[in-house]
Design a protein around this ligand. Structure first.
Ligand SMILES: [Zn+2]
Ligand SMILES: [Zn+2]
Length: 225
C-alpha cells in the first residue's frame, strides 16, 4: 500500500483520542472546503456553476459567515439567488406552481460542500477497510479509538467489502469495538442519571459528568465549527 494524504489523515486521527475519529476527519475536510469556497480567486467556472445550481446548506453557510471574507460569501449568494430567481415565474397556472414547489421547497438544503465532503468521506471509508486488510499495525490503531458516531459506524460497515479477504475479521473488530464503546457510554449515562438523586450527590462522577454530551455526539456526530 502506498501512502497518500488520506492515509496520513487516518493515521493522525486514529490515535486513541476521544470521540469519533471520522467526525474529526470530516471536520478537517469541511474547514478546508469552506476556506476554498471563500477564496474567490481560485474559483473556476465549473465551481461557480456548481454553486449556482446547488448553493450551500445552512451549516456550511454559517461556517463561512463566521469567517473573515463576507464579500466572497455575499457574491456567491448573489449568483445563487440570481439562479433561483430565474426559476421563479409569476403565474396563475397550477402545474407551474407545483413545479416551482418542487424546485424551491428544499433548495436551501442542497450544498456543494456537503457533496464534496460526502464524496471524500466515501474514499475514507474504503481506505480504512483497505488499511485494515493491508497494514499489520492498523488493527491496533483502530482498536485505540473509542468507537464511532452511529452514522460513521454505519458507513464503515457499508464499505466493509473493501477489506477483501479480511472482511470478516474487520466486521467482527468493528462491531465488537462499537458494542464495547456503547456499553461503557451507557454505564456512564446511567451513572449521570443516578447522580441526580440527592443520595448520590457526594459520590464521585467517575468521568460520567460528560456522559450526556458524549451520548448526543454518538447519536448525531460532532459538527465542525
Ligand atoms: Zn462521526
Ligand atoms: Zn453543506
Amino acid at each position: 500500500m502506498h501512502y497518500h494524504i488520506g492515509n496520513m489523515l487516518i493515521l493522525q486521527e486514529f490515535n486513541g483520542g476521544d470521540g469519533c475519529p471520522l467526525c474529526r476527519i470530516r471536520n478537517i475536510l469541511e474547514k478546508r472546503l469552506v476556506e476554498q469556497y471563500l477564496n474567490e480567486a481560485v474559483m473556476e467556472d465549473s465551481q461557480r456553476q456548481a454553486v449556482n445550481e446547488r448553493g450551500f446548506c445552512m451549516h456550511h453557510t454559517q461556517m463561512m459567515h463566521a469567517r473573515q471574507n463576507k464579500l466572497s460569501l455575499a457574491l456567491q449568494y448573489v449568483t445563487r439567488l440570481t439562479t433561483l430567481k430565474g426559476k421563479l415565474e409569476i403565474t396563475a397556472d397550477k402545474k407551474i406552481g407545483k413545479k416551482m414547489a418542487d424546485a424551491f421547497e428544499h433548495c436551501g438544503n442542497t450544498c456543494v460542500i456537503c457533496d464534496a465532503v460526502e464524496e471524500n468521506m466515501v474514499r475514507y471509508y474504503k481506505t480504512i477497510a483497505e488499511m485494515f486488510a493491508g497494514e499489520a499495525n492498523f488493527k491496533a490503531a483502530l482498536l485505540s479509538t473509542k468507537g464511532f458516531c452511529l452514522e460513521h459506524f454505519g458507513a464503515l460497515l457499508r464499505y466493509s467489502a473493501f477489506a477483501h479477504g479480511k472482511e470478516k475479521d474487520y466486521l467482527y473488530t468493528l462491531t465488537k469495538l462499537q458494542k464495547d464503546a456503547m456499553n461503557a457510554l451507557l454505564e456512564d449515562l446511567q451513572w449521570f442519571c443516578a447522580k441526580h438523586d440527592y443520595r448520590n450527590a457526594d459520590k464521585p462522577w467517575n468521568g460520567a459528568d460528560t456522559a450526556l454530551l458524549r451520548a448526543v455526539a454518538l447519536a448525531h456526530g460532532t459538527p465542525a465549527k
